[in-house]
Design a protein around this ligand. Structure first.
Ligand code: SF4
Ligand code: SF4
Length: 195
């Protein structure tokens, strides 16, 4: 029938219009900022640096390998390696970023930095309220501003952060067992605890 598709389309529109008065699910408009949208795990905006524990500086996972800096398409990451080292979560001495800046006004939210990081140290955040009054450098953020806890990662994207936590806990347990075996061997005892 001529115009059947138009009539069907109008019927869907009318159904949603009438339904929006009785069903909140049919009304996608929300009263922002009083109401907040519930974001899906898939939402990715700008990167953040993950840290473990309570101290962002001590707990930063980044070892300053600079892979993300090299791979970032618009080159908006700037890293300077430390001169000294600090122990990572396995107790291995690692370099850390003395400077880690990202120019968010240049970042195109591609997520490549998070994909290429071998240390699960940089992830994509969901924060979108970043506007400020500084036209020059207001979106140039440093490592302190970029630091977010592992708990934050778990909150916004548990299906990504959960397996990472499990892998890191298993690696920690393995490293601890190896260290204990080494200590026993050094003390002249067999590593399995026998005589
Ligand atoms: S999200 Fe893309 S553009 Fe932004 S810092 Fe990461 S690699 Fe660079
Ligand atoms: S965030 Fe990851 S890829 Fe980038 S420098 Fe740190 S450890 Fe390397």
């Amino acid at each position: 029938m001529l115009g059947e598709a138009i009539i069907k389309g109008m019927a869907v529109t009318a159904k949603n219009f009438a339904g929006s008065y009785v069903s909140k699910d049919r009304l996608p408009t929300i009263q922002y900022p009083e109401e907040r949208q519930v974001l899906s795990e898939a939402v990715r905006n700008f990167p953040f640096l993950v840290y473990d524990g309570d101290d962002w500086e001590k707990g930063l996972r980044c070892v300053s390998c600079q892979i993300c800096e090299k791979e970032c398409p618009p080159k908006c990451i700037y890293i300077v390696k430390s001169k000294d080292k600090k122990p990572d979560y396995l107790g291995k001495p690692q370099l850390y970023p003395a400077i880690f800046d990202i120019d968010l006004s240049v970042c195109m939210s591609c997520g490549i930095c998070a994909e290429v990081c071998p240390f699960e140290a940089i992830m994509m955040d969901q924060d979108f309220e970043l506007s400020n009054a500084d036209r020059f450098g207001g979106l140039l953020v440093n490592k302190e501003q970029l630091a977010r806890s592992h708990d934050h990662h778990m909150r916004i994207r548990p299906s990504e952060a959960g397996p990472i936590e499990e892998r890191r806990a298993a690696a920690q347990a393995k490293a601890k067992a190896a260290a204990e075996a080494k200590a026993k061997a050094a003390a002249g005892k067999p590593a399995d605890g026998g005589d």
